[in-house]
Every structure is written in structure tokens, then in C-alpha cells.
Write a protein that binds this ligand. Structure first.
Ligand SMILES: [Zn+2]
Length: 230
């Protein structure tokens, strides 16, 4: 949960806002310091682009080739990809709004079980009655857009078709916990209050710090599945 005192003043916000345009609203909850953190994270991710081995493992996790995959955004302690970062526009020009995507089968399963338990209805009600949560959730949406925008700028991708669209139902609804969880894994704690909540609720079955992978990463992980695909 984001506490009010953790949000730096609006004055800082206007300075960096012209470098990365988030939302044309003066009421943005994203500060200049937030944007600096987002840009650093993008920098870090682009400095370590997806390797062929990682791409092969993600291919196996998803059962399809991860088009537009820029980098692995979060990894299990064993090294397996947990969530990936996809460019805003695929190589053939297709707009792709879901920048942070959950790939770990163990994580997907744990989050699906939580969805099946029906928590989303409760959380949607909570968003309607808890202004602090609603505000933190809107901030998560804005940070998602800032993240994608910084990525788009670095890669020269057009975001025209997906302007203002984030993922998971943000900013007002909870529609897909996988998307929110992926954002929390890729962007870190304190960004998405509900993604963070998912991670704490599923900790006994999925935890990035505890490897429970059916196929843990080994040096041969990528090579093995590359051969399978050939
Ligand atoms: Zn693992």
C-alpha cells in the first residue's frame, strides 16, 4: 500500500513530466521521482535484452513464440523467467498494450486459483469504497503507461493505438490478476497495490524467492528447448 507521505510533491513532478509524457492531466499521481525510477528500470531492462535461451524457455512456458519480447522482467531465484517485457508495437506493427506479461506456469496457476476463489469481486467493491486504494491503483495505471511510454520512446515504437490503455482493468476495475501481478514483478513492490497483494496471498505456492519450478533453470534450459523447436 502506498502511503501518502511516500508521494513526493507535485513540484518535482512537472520537471520530468515533459521528458516522458504520462498523462496530460495536472492531477497525475506520478511524480518526477517515479518517472526517474521508471526510466532507470527501462534502461536496466534494455541493457540486458532477452537471450535466445530465455526466449526459448518463455516459448516453452507459453506454448507459443513470445513476439516482441524485449527482456525478461522478473526471474525466479533459479533463473527462470517469471514475467517478460514486450515492446509496445510488435515487429509487424501490431500494437501491444500488455507490456508486462506473466509467463511462469507456476505463477499463472497460483494467480488463476486466486481468481477462481472470487477475490476480484471483493476487490472491485473495495476500489469503490476505499479512496486510498483507488488512488494507489490509479497511480499503478499511470506508472504502467509511463513505463510503456519510456520503452516506446527508447525503441521508437508508436503508442497511438494504445494510448491510455494499460492492463488488468486498470485504472478503475480489476479484471485480470495476472496482468497486475506481472506489473508488480517487473516494476517492483510499491507500484501496484493489488499486484503486491496477489503476491503476498499466493506466497505459499508461488514466491519469486523460492524456486518451485517444475523445470528449474539450468545452463542447458534454453539449448534443450531450442533443439525441441528445431
Ligand atoms: Zn525456479
Amino acid at each position: 500500500m502506498i502511503k501518502a507521505q511516500e508521494r513526493p510533491q507535485a513540484a518535482v513532478e512537472s520537471q520530468a513530466a515533459d521528458k516522458i509524457r504520462v498523462e496530460p492531466k495536472a492531477s497525475s499521481l506520478v511524480t518526477g521521482r517515479d518517472l526517474a525510477v521508471v526510466k532507470d528500470r527501462i534502461q536496466e531492462l534494455l541493457a540486458t535484452p532477452a537471450t535466445p535461451e530465455q526466449t526459448a524457455v518463455v516459448n516453452r512456458q507459453l506454448g507459443r513464440y513470445p513476439r516482441g519480447m524485449v527482456a525478461v522482467g522478473a526471474r525466479c531465484v533459479c533463473g527462470n523467467p517469471l514475467a517478460v517485457v514486450t515492446r509496445p508495437q510488435l515487429e509487424d506493427g501490431t500494437p501491444f498494450p500488455t507490456t508486462c506479461y506473466l509467463t511462469s506456469p507456476e505463477a499463472v496457476k497460483a494467480v488463476s486459483r486466486l481468481e477462481a476463489d472470487g477475490v476480484m469481486a471483493d476487490w472491485n467493491a473495495e476500489l469503490g469504497s476505499d479512496p486510498d486504494l483507488a488512488s494507489a491503483y490509479r497511480r499503478a495505471h499511470e506508472l504502467y503507461l509511463a513505463f510503456r511510454s519510456a520503452l516506446a520512446q527508447r525503441l521508437g515504437d508508436d503508442e497511438g493505438h494504445i494510448a491510455g490503455i494499460s492492463a488488468g482493468g486498470m485504472p478503475k476495475r480489476v479484471k485480470c490478476l495476472h496482468a497486475l501481478t506481472a506489473q508488480s514483478l517487473v516494476m517492483g513492490p510499491g507500484v501496484n497495490p493489488l499486484g503486491d497483494r496477489v503476491l503476498s496471498l499466493v506466497r505459499r505456492v508461488f514466491d519469486p524467492q523460492v524456486c518451485r519450478c517444475a523445470q528449474p533453470w539450468t545452463e542447458a534450459s534454453g539449448q534443450a528447448s531450442q533443439q525441441e523447436n528445431q
